[in-house]
Design a protein around this ligand. Structure first.
Ligand code: ADP
Ligand code: ADP
Length: 214
């Protein structure tokens, strides 16, 4: 299965992608996590994009598409993947279609997570991420770790993302509506969109997604 996850920041894409990837036996590819890994490792790419992420802007398409193409070319993504955070605008969606088309592939579905904006804001405000593994995501209220500040899964330190501050979040939500939402229409024309309500307990949403996917 070749799946794209869409939804506003804080919708639960990373949380669901990690669970779905395990269930479906395909890799979870998050461009946000790839950028953050580069930043924490101090790579050239990381240095180039750090300020953009801190300010909640979008990394230029050229850079993002090249990074996503590299990741998709790795052997584990050959038979399928769950993309989280990419594409984020029409140009990236077209580039992905082109990239897959070269190998005679196409997307299986686009899973659209619907969450009211006030809930998204609460989810982002309480989000804590693991420094050791960015797939380990917690929430101060909704998914608290057993020991405060410590990742249940690997013992890593939990931290609040610098772009999860209120002002930056507002900017990211605006960008979502302006730049990213239009890709839902683009994919709807291709008959690929599956929308699910993403409010409620995490395992229930995973089940809804599994039942809705083709
Ligand atoms: P995204 O990748 O879409 O930005 P995340 O998966 O990081 O979203 O989730 C944002 C925050 O909301 C995290 O703190 C996560 O623990 C929490 N969260 C995810 N799904 C749910 C849910 N169904 N109910 C409550 N909180 C959730
Ligand atoms: P969230 O799910 O909370 O919106 P992500 O982890 O997907 O956050 O992305 C974090 C940041 O990484 C974005 O605000 C943006 O700066 C950058 N980023 C991630 N994916 C893309 C993309 N496809 N195009 C441009 N910038 C991106």
């Amino acid at each position: 299965m070749r799946i794209v996850l869409v939804g506003p920041p804080g919708a639960g894409k990373g949380t669901q992608a990690a669970l779905l990837a395990e269930r479906l036996g395909i890799p979870h590819i998050s461009t946000g996590n790839l950028f953050r890994d580069n930043i924490s490792q101090g790579t050239e790419l990381g240095l180039a994009v750090k300020q953009i992420l801190d300010e909640g802007g979008l990394v230029p398409d050229e850079v993002t598409i090249a990074m996503a193409a590299d990741r998709l070319a790795q052997p584990d993504a050959g038979d399928g993947f769950l993309l989280d955070g990419f594409p984020r605008n029409i140009a990236q969606a077209q580039a992905l279609d082109e990239l897959l088309g070269k190998d005679g592939h196409k997307l299986t579905a686009v899973l659209d997570l619907e969450v009211p904006e006030d809930e998204v804001v609460k989810r982002i405000a309480g989000r804590r991420m693991c420094r050791k593994n960015s797939q380990h995501v917690f929430h101060m209220e909704y998914a608290p770790p057993a020991v405060p500040g410590v990742c249940d899964e690997c013992g890593g330190e939990l931290y609040q993302r610098s772009d999860d501050q209120e002002d930056t979040v507002r900017h990211r939500l605006e960008l979502y509506h302006q730049e990213t939402e239009p890709i839902i229409g683009y994919y709807r024309e291709q008959g690929l969109v599956v929308t699910i309500q993403a409010l409620g307990p995490v395992p229930e949403i995973t089940q809804r997604a599994l039942s809705a996917l083709p």
